[in-house]
Design a protein around this ligand. Structure first.
Ligand SMILES: Cc1ncc(COP(=O)(O)O)c(C=O)c1O
Length: 392
């Protein structure tokens, strides 16, 4: 008798992405989508032109596996110029298919089955499956609202001789936290003590508010040698569909990352790497305008959500607002998010998808504000018409 084919044990250990499921639900119910983190406004004309030009110039075949030279040089020089850390493109930069692949390739290249990897929660939901696929055992350290600080003793207790790496996402999705220099120094000291790699996801590097500055882990004393910095074009240039990301790594691990990257994807889209080099060369005013646009959107969505009864944790960076939904009288965040998408017509992400223990996210929901004013105004109208709180 023939048995039905089944998925692997690995695949059975995690569920499909809740965030991307919410986007599908939003489409089904024609809801305003404030769930998934992608802009619904245009990307800069200069980089779209550069992409079109590259295709017309027939840059349409495989680029060098680890990234076209102009793109790698642009990544190295932007990081060196901004943070004063010398980077050798040939030895340290690998261009991947988005920072998503960059993280997967990095973990597969640096972690052995059974090694422990420390992850802060609430976390960007890919990190859990990334750890499982690479065979790592994730250990969680909690960031606690309202300021999403960690307990230094809890962090220290998470390190041991099996720890191989710690994943840090700053500016942070979903909390909007920017790790301070002092917090990063504390993490760095533990990395040095236990000989641990810091893997930092800095994809929201340029989306920072209220005079806060992004501090890259690799710029701290002695940390360039044990930090893998992950970044990409998606958020900074509003091109999440281009799938261009990268790693900046110590030369001793670059070869391993490049091998993994090669056998996962061969390479990132060649014409879009040409456009990426143009993007990274935009003047500083581009980044100032980007942050100014986002602070305005943040304040607009904060006002809307607070008026409708959400308790908001004001983000210092990235483009999400974590909220508390206790005033709406729902038993859990998933039921609330379903109600919101099906009956109110607004999609958001249930807080439990950011925690190992769903109970911690039960009263939370995340909203995204990388959206046009009209999109947020429409969400406001729908909440005004159909969302009722039971407690004030
Ligand atoms: C923290 C974080 N890392 C990575 C990504 C994905 O980035 P990319 O489009 O470069 O794969 C996201 C997208 O939402 C994110 O929030």
């Amino acid at each position: 008798m023939q048995t039905k084919p089944r998925g692997s044990k690995k695949a059975a250990q995690f569920t499909e992405s809740v965030i991307r499921e919410m986007t599908r639900l939003a489409q089904r119910h024609q809801a305003v989508n404030l769930s998934q983190g992608f802009p619904d406004f245009a990307a800069p004309a200069a980089i779209k032109d550069a992409a079109c030009r590259a295709i017309l110039d027939d840059i349409n075949q495989y680029a060098v596996t680890w990234g076209a030279r102009p793109m790698r040089e642009a990544i190295a020089s932007a990081f060196s110029r901004r943070y004063g850390v010398p980077i050798v493109a040939d030895e340290q930069v690998t261009v991947c298919c988005g920072s998503t692949e960059a993280m997967m390739a990095t973990l597969l290249a640096t972690v052995d089955p059974g090694d422990e990897v420390i992850v802060f929660e609430p976390f960007y939901e890919n990190y859990g499956p990334d750890a499982i696929v690479s065979g790592a055992v994730p250990r969680y350290v909690t960031l606690r609202e309202p300021d999403w600080a960690f307990d230094p003793a809890e962090l220290a207790a998470a390190f041991n001789e099996r720890t191989r790496a710690i994943i840090i996402n700053t500016p942070n999705n979903p909390t909007g936290k920017i790790f301070s220099r002092a917090e990063l120094e504390a993490i760095a000291a533990l990395c040095r003590q236990w000989d641990v790699l810091a893997i930092t996801d800095e994809i929201y590097e340029h989306i920072v508010y209220d005079g806060r500055a992004h501090v890259p882990m690799a710029a701290l004393d002695g940390m360039a040698d044990r930090t893998i910095t992950i970044n990409g074009l998606s958020k900074t240039f509003s091109v999440t569909g281009w799938r261009i990301g990268w790693t900046i790594s110590p030369p001793s691990v670059t070869g391993a990352i490049r091998k993994l990257h090669d056998f996962l994807t061969v390479g990132a889209p060649a014409p879009l790497q040409e456009a990426g080099a143009v993007a990274l060369g935009l003047p500083d005013s581009y980044y100032a305008d980007l942050a100014a646009g986002y602070v305005r959107r943040r304040d607009m969505l904060l006002e809307i959500l607070e008026r409708h009864g959400f308790t908001c944790y004001k983000p210092s960076g990235a483009y999400y607002i974590m909220t508390d939904i206790s005033s709406f009288g729902f038993d859990d965040d998933v039921a609330f998010a379903r109600h919101l998408v099906e009956h109110v017509g607004v999609a958001a992400v249930p807080g439990s998808s950011f925690y190992r223990d769903a109970a911690r996210g039960r009263t939370k929901v995340r909203f995204c504000f990388s959206k046009r004013d009209e999109t947020m105004q429409e969400a406001d109208r729908r909440m005004t018409a159909k969302l009722r709180r039971v407690r004030t």
